[in-house]
Write a protein that binds this ligand. Structure first.
Ligand code: CA
Length: 617
């Protein structure tokens, strides 16, 4: 009896330590599932996932493709397979064989032909104006995907933090509205699967990096949306998140290895102190907590220094650029991952696509130096080179949100805008900054200025004539309101996006006169900006605000535009004498907003709380 027990114990022990006793290997996923020939970087890492797949021997036979390395890791359910794809490799499909004993699994791997040359991925530029959309809240074009079996967070429009049903079809249906407004690019909050139990509508807790959320549509729908955008002169900027995934991500539930994510004995939150990135006196403790602490309980912090994960993320971004034909990336929480990895990633993307563009979310509203640290070519004392072309101009956003609500003291009111811009000396390329009045995380501009139409117009007129690449959050053009501290409400439903909406901003039906007025005003300036190289690429000269009046010029060899912000509650007459260095040679002007021609430039009449935009003649 004892001997039998012993034999049984040894057998059970062997079962656990000897792979030969494994029952059956499985092959569940290969990521990326396909790739392209003719990429600059010949190396391709395949993440292979399936029960006990690491025991398999891998083989393939395809001209121009070499099996470089096969790595098994702590978890036997993963294999990392490295291919070397030579320039001679032709597009085609070949079997990759996973053999273990008599068991064999085949994955037919496809190498596609590239749709266009790497140089043709032009990226968004200063000529663009970006429309930011929270897809769940913009338009519901396909009610049949509102409830999807197997997805835990279902649609309920009566709840601010539930999904509301907006989708890719909804955006497709309304691209003509967006293009007609004068926008030339879309930045859509993440569309990737977020199969999280709650508040999954925002998209920032990704549970599959290679799959569009079924409630938005399919990967192919997203590719089609981008194609439709391109047909209308709209670029597509994808929102990506490398700092964290969703807790329900399949690889989090069966980690390849312990250090795939940052783990702590008890839940440890990031300190959110972006200053730790460059602080010359920083402690390791604070810096590590910033980079390794979790963004939220539902968002495990990814360890991009893990070789396999770092490559996985970089390839994932290149896969989406190539598959969809993207024109840009907006990287979420850019300073939260390891900054050495983020620099490597930017460099890898720009090496593959030299004309591409990336904007990193660097939320540093109170510090231009902190913002500027992250822009490519910044002469940082610590030698850090980010390779990140564009940053989000939070300091300018904050200035805009305060300026029009304040009267002028030494450094308040319009002086906030002025002083913020004087610090442009710290940005290597301030004209590459993405500028905005609000976004999906911030109190909507309409709420900030208490729905004052004149202040809205001052903000939008200045944004659309300022240096940088302007970005407008969906609904700001019709004065949608929303508090920054209640995201579910901030990201409200765009009127007209749902069947039966009593108000429809697409058709203008039911808009108040002020909402319609602002929409037309925004459209006029966007359409005008589209044609004005001087606004897109011209130089900027401004004059210190005096008496609640701020004057700046955009100019190049061909044209000069004068912008005047009158922050008074009353009409003013501006004596133009002080600006003669920029007025020289001009005798009249065209008022872009009113359409009037002005025949003399000695003085200028300014309505109360107004923006005046003049093309000098
Ligand atoms: Ca839907």
């Amino acid at each position: 009896m004892k001997i039998i027990t012993l034999v049984l114990r040894v057998w059970v022990l062997l079962l656990f330590i000897n792979p030969l006793f494994a029952q059956k290997i499985e092959l569940s996923r290969v990521e990326p599932a396909f790739w392209w020939v003719g990429m600059k970087n010949p190396e391709l890492q395949l993440l292979v996932y399936g029960k006990d797949i690491s025991y398999a021997k891998v083989s393939l036979n395809y001209p121009g493709v070499a099996l470089k390395e096969v790595v098994s890791v702590e978890n036997p359910n993963y294999l990392f397979v490295y291919l070397n794809i030579l320039p001679t490799a032709q597009a085609g499909t070949f079997p990759i064989q996973f053999q273990w004993g008599k068991q064999s699994k085949i994955f037919n791997y496809e190498l596609k032909k590239r749709a266009k040359s790497a140089l043709d991925y032009a990226g968004f530029t200063n000529a663009d104006a970006i429309y930011l959309i929270t897809p769940d809240r913009f338009a519901n074009g396909d009610p049949s995907n509102d409830q999807v079996a197997g997805m835990t967070d279902q649609t309920d429009r009566s709840q601010a933090y539930k999904r509301h049903g907006g989708d890719i079809k909804g955006m497709m249906n309304n691209l003509d509205y967006i293009a007609d407004m004068g926008f030339t690019a879309l930045w859509v909050n993440p569309l990737l699967e977020n199969n999280q139990p709650q508040a999954s509508y925002h998209g920032y807790a990704i549970t599959d990096f290679y799959k569009i959320d079924a409630r938005f549509g399919t990967n192919e729908d997203y590719r089609k949306l981008t194609e439709m955008c391109h047909q209308r002169g709209l670029k597509m900027i994808q929102d990506m998140v490398f700092n964290h995934s969703g807790l329900e991500h399949w690889f989090v539930k069966d980690l390849p290895m312990k250090d795939w994510i940052h783990q702590f004995p008890t839940f440890t939150r990031s300190n959110y102190r972006l200053s730790t990135s460059f602080d010359p006196y920083v402690s390791d403790f604070d810096r590590d907590k910033m980079a390794m602490g979790w963004f939220d309980t539902s968002m495990p912090d990814l360890n991009q220094r893990n070789r396999f994960l770092g490559t996985y993320l970089t390839q994932n971004s290149i896969w989406w650029i190539e598959y969809v034909g993207l024109d840009g990336i907006r990287m979420d929480t850019h300073p939260y991952p390891y900054k050495d990895f983020m620099a490597q990633w930017c460099k890898a993307v720009l090496t593959e696509y030299p004309n591409f563009n990336i904007v990193g979310e660097v939320w540093e509203e109170n510090s231009v130096p902190a913002e500027a640290y992250w822009q490519m070519h910044a002469p940082n004392k610590d030698g850090y080179q980010s390779y990140l072309p564009s940053v989000t101009d939070f300091p300018l956003c904050l200035a805009y949100n305060k300026a029009f609500n304040e009267q002028e003291e030494w450094n308040t009111g319009l002086l906030r805008i002025y002083y913020t811009l004087t610090q442009d000396v710290l940005y290597p390329n301030p004209n590459d900054n993405v500028i905005f009045l609000d976004n999906h995380d911030l109190t909507r501009f309409a709420t900030s200025v208490n729905k004052d139409l004149n202040k809205m117009k001052m903000g939008l007129a200045s944004l659309l004539t300022m240096r940088g690449v302007p970005q407008i959050y969906y609904g700001t053009e019709i004065m949608m309101e929303g508090p920054g501290n209640d995201h579910g409400k901030l990201r409200g439903d765009f009127p007209g996006g749902w069947e039966g909406d009593s108000k429809n901003a697409f058709t203008k039906q039911g808009l108040t006169s002020e909402e319609a007025d602002l929409q037309a005003f925004t459209r006029k300036l966007l359409q005008w900006r589209k044609t004005k190289k001087v606004i897109q690429y011209g130089k900027l000269m401004h004059f210190i605000p005096e008496d609640n009046l701020y004057v700046y010029f955009r100019y190049d060899d061909q044209e000069t535009v004068m912008v005047v912000l009158n922050n008074h509650q009353s009409a003013k007459t501006l004596d133009m004498q002080r600006f003669k260095e920029r007025l020289r040679g001009f005798s009249s002007a065209y008022n872009v907003i009113t359409g009037e021609n002005i025949s003399a430039l000695q003085t200028l009449n300014l309505p109360p709380k107004s923006a005046t935009v003049l093309e000098l003649k």
